[in-house]
Design a protein around this ligand. Structure first.
Ligand code: HEC
Ligand code: HEC
Length: 459
């Protein structure tokens, strides 16, 4: 059985990826001491060299050994800190333009931002369970679009996660944790960006088409300026630079991890929660009630870092089958998360079937579609599922011949993987963990996690 330290949190393990923009932010905000500056320069240089290795590794994944158009910064050694930062800024700027560029898609109609809407915390702009894409824009994906915010502290995927001594009990194996996408199958934003660009049901493009589009784009000169004059010499070099630009853009702190919610203001002592929000927070944390915080961490770490509202564990909670999805017309098809079919390295490993990465709940109130298959469309429904899944399963799963088909999207041989911690520790007839009024308060609390809160505007 999987165990999680109460209130524990995963620290930002992916420092190599994220140190540069963080340093940029820190130094923009605080000005710098010379000693700090030189330490930062050393770290930044090292980090960009590592990023260059990551790009190289990504290229090797693609089965080709190519000259990688690494950013000038990646050459390390001879670069000043200012040059490293300038290079990151340039990559971020082109990454942003590309994020909105539909010409990178096979259909010419789909940009990253079409699915990852900036007005919805870079999550889906509508209530569709899954978005449409592909060459003709009629192909349906099989998973809900996740928010791209607060991914900076998702650790790389590991089957056995141990918290740092700082933040929890190091001796506890928290089980499979981390990685990007719902099943944790990639570790870097660059590898991730390859997926939608090339997927037949998303942007349906090819490295060649993407490279051609970038060379013809209004930002082609800026792109060359960011990645060096050789970047257009081969399609693959261009494509790898594109992936790198997306990864760099996704680490812009003010866009992707501003920590500007009402709850952050509350933690900083700058505002108060209403009675309903505060009660919701208590229920969210209470191990005998919602117990939500055991997975969706709500407290600062011991070292003072703000909560991410996820410990990034991969967990099976038995989300009902979404019968409106095209893939699910085949009764034998199941999206089993970490054991496949999208993820292939853990195929056949039964203990990984049915598990999906715990999403952050920051900005969750901006969504209109929830869980990996987009089955629910309101937070009330989601919280009710947690509270009553076991006490009243007929409310959530189909009933055939008078029998509830509980866990209808997870074949029975994998049921041992299902989480059984509260609120999933009950049976029909038991009292639900939360009543209707309590569900309302938990939802009120979830509404405090939306970025962009302005204390003076509210009374
Ligand atoms: C057709 C809709 C669609 C488009 C277009 C799209 N994505 Fe996504 N994105 C998704 C879905 C769905 C997932 C979840 C995939 C999964 O779990 O298998 C996802 C996942 C991600 C993730 C991982 C998030 C997480 O929680 O780990 C990142 C990062 C990402 N997309 C970036 C991009 C970038 C960059 C682009 C443009 C190059 C892009 N996406 C284009 C639908 C889309
Ligand atoms: C045992 C770990 C665990 C506990 C406890 C838990 N969650 Fe979750 N939560 C998850 C996982 C895993 C998912 C994704 C499941 C999936 O899609 O298959 C999730 C998804 C969600 C989502 C959907 C977010 C999105 O972007 O689609 C919401 C909302 C949510 N949880 C709220 C809560 C609340 C409220 C509680 C307490 C009542 C709670 N969770 C308790 C692990 C947990």
């Amino acid at each position: 059985m999987k165990k999680r330290a109460a209130g524990g949190i995963v620290r930002a393990v992916r420092l190599t990826m994220f140190v540069m923009p963080l340093l940029l932010a820190a130094c923009d905000r605080q000005g710098d001491s010379p000693a700090l500056a030189s330490a930062q320069a050393a770290t930044a240089t090292q980090s960009s060299a590592q990023s260059a290795q990551a790009v190289q590794a990504a290229a090797q994944h693609a089965g080709a050994s190519v000259p990688v158009a690494a950013p000038a910064a990646a050459h390390g050694g001879g670069q000043t800190r200012a040059e490293v930062y300038a290079s990151v800024r340039k990559m971020t700027a082109v990454g942003k333009l590309m994020f909105f560029d539909k010409s990178l898609s096979g259909s010419g109609k789909l940009a990253c931002a079409t699915c990852h809407s900036p007005d919805h915390a870079f999550g889906p702009p509508n209530a569709l369970a899954v978005q449409l894409g592909g060459a003709d824009m009629h192909e349906q994906g099989m998973r809900a679009v996740p928010s791209l915010k607060y991914l900076q502290s998702v650790p790389q995927f590991t089957a056995h996660f141990h918290e740092s001594d700082d933040d929890g009990d190091e001796s506890i194996d928290a089980g499979p944790t981390g990685g990007l996408t719902w099943d944790g199958r990639v570790d870097h934003g660059s590898d991730q960006a390859r997926i939608p660009l090339l997927s037949s049901f998303e942007m349906a493009s090819t490295p060649q088409k993407v490279a051609t589009a970038v060379r013809a784009a209004p930002y082609a000169d800026a792109f060359r300026d960011a990645f060096g004059e050789h970047v257009f010499e081969s399609d693959l070099a261009t494509f790898n630079a594109v992936l790198k630009a997306f990864e760099t853009f996704e680490q812009t702190p003010e866009l992707f991890y501003p920590y500007s919610s009402k709850y952050d203001a509350y933690l900083a002592g700058k505002t108060q929660l209403t009675a309903a929000e505060l009660h919701g927070l208590q229920l969210f944390n209470d191990e005998k009630k919602g117990n939500c915080a055991s997975c969706h961490v709500s407290e600062r770490t011991r070292s003072g870092a703000p909560p991410q509202f996820s410990d990034f564990g991969l967990i099976a909670i038995g989300v009902p089958r979404n019968r409106s999805l095209a893939v699910n017309r085949d009764p034998k098809f199941h999206d089993l998360g970490a054991c496949g079919p999208e993820r292939t390295d853990l195929k056949g490993r039964d203990e990984y079937c049915g598990i999906f990465r715990t999403p952050t709940l920051r900005n969750v109130a901006l969504r209109k579609t929830f869980f990996h298959n987009g089955i629910y469309h309101s937070l009330d429904e989601v919280v009710r599922f947690y509270a009553q899944r076991d006490t009243n399963p007929a409310k959530f799963y189909p009933v055939a011949h008078g029998k509830v088909q509980k866990f209808d999207d997870l074949p029975q041989q994998y049921w041992a993987n299902l989480n059984t911690d509260p609120p999933f520790d009950r049976k029909p007839g038991d009292q639900p963990a939360l009543d209707e009024a309590e569900i309302k308060d938990v939802v009120a609390f979830l509404n405090t996690l939306t970025d962009g809160y302005q204390p003076e505007a509210q009374h």
